[in-house]
Design a binder for this molecule. Structure first.
Ligand SMILES: [Zn+2]
Length: 287
């Protein structure tokens, strides 16, 4: 509806009366004491419809607010949340991502004077782990640089200096959820050496093992509709190995070794699959 009205404004020739506009008297605006609580807007990333009463019940339990909260569906498949206290809203935003029925719920704060339909819901904050980087050489600036390569920088966990026991760096990063999850990044060190670092993500909801995007499973992936699609079988390019262990900072060395082995195996599987896929494509092109 919002887009339709916006497009209507662009396409119509407006009269002087329409263009000149009117000023809303100050007394009609909310005063600070009348602000409608502390609001947030969200959307559920799912290609399927969902039962709103179940959603309300589950999410209210998950959010567990100190003071009452309410929510309602608004236009464009968006959900408006209203919290009685800003502490409840802050805790919910800080603890994202949330999920309902394993589907990502993107939720952002919205100010009283802001239009909830205009809030950008294509980005969501995740705790992400950087693996295979020599931790002794990792600085906050490098972490920030890497974060900006995979999304938008938010924070680097301050207690990452866990010595030889640490196998990853935990960061908070804003990811564009319309794009595939980043698995690896090739970096060049100050010594001129190429190195492949990899990423895992905490609280990762449903995502597609074929294209790496959130919001659908592989069996519903549109990649399958492409004429040159080659079914990878069990060698999916994405997999559950992208889900991070949230207790990484107190992980025992044996667990780190196991995870590194798993990571190396899955990375190997990924590159094997990709080279196989590319060679198959090459053969198809030359045949
Ligand atoms: Zn997909």
């Amino acid at each position: 509806m919002e887009d339709e009205i916006s497009n209507m404004g662009k396409n119509l020739s407006l009269s002087n009366e329409e263009v000149s506009g009117v000023e809303i008297p100050l007394g009609l605006w909310h005063t600070d004491s009348e602000l409608p609580g502390f609001c947030a807007v969200g959307r559920l990333l799912s290609h399927k419809s969902f039962h709103f009463d179940s959603f309300r019940s589950t999410i209210t339990t998950a959010f567990n607010p100190i003071r009452p909260m309410d929510m309602k569906m608004i236009d464009g498949n968006r959900i408006l949340f209203r919290f009685d206290h800003q502490i409840d809203r802050k805790r919910v935003i800080d603890n994202s991502p949330w999920a309902f029925d394993k589907n990502l719920l993107v939720i952002k704060p919205v100010a009283a004077e802001e239009n909830p339909m205009k809030v950008d819901l294509d980005w969501c904050d995740f705790h992400t782990h950087i693996h295979d980087f020599p931790l002794g050489k990792m600085t906050k600036e490098i972490a920030k640089f890497i974060e900006n390569q995979i999304g938008g920088f938010i924070d680097v966990e301050s207690d990452n200096n866990n010595g030889i026991w640490g196998s990853s760096l935990r960061i908070r990063v804003s990811l564009n959820i319309t794009k595939p999850l980043k698995r690896v990044l090739r970096i060049r060190t100050s010594m001129g050496e190429d190195q492949l670092i990899s990423f895992t993500y905490e609280k990762l909801p449903n995502f597609c093992y074929l294209c790496g995007c959130l919001g659908h499973l592989a069996k519903y992936c549109e990649l399958q509709l492409q004429t040159d699609f080659v079914d990878p079988g069990e060698n999916m390019p994405y997999g559950p190995w992208l889900i991070a262990n949230q207790l990484h900072s107190i992980r025992k060395p044996t667990a780190s070794i196991k995870q590194n082995r798993l990571l190396k195996w899955t990375t190997h599987a990924f590159f094997f699959y990709r080279s196989h896929y590319e060679s198959t494509l090459g053969k198809q092109k030359h045949s």
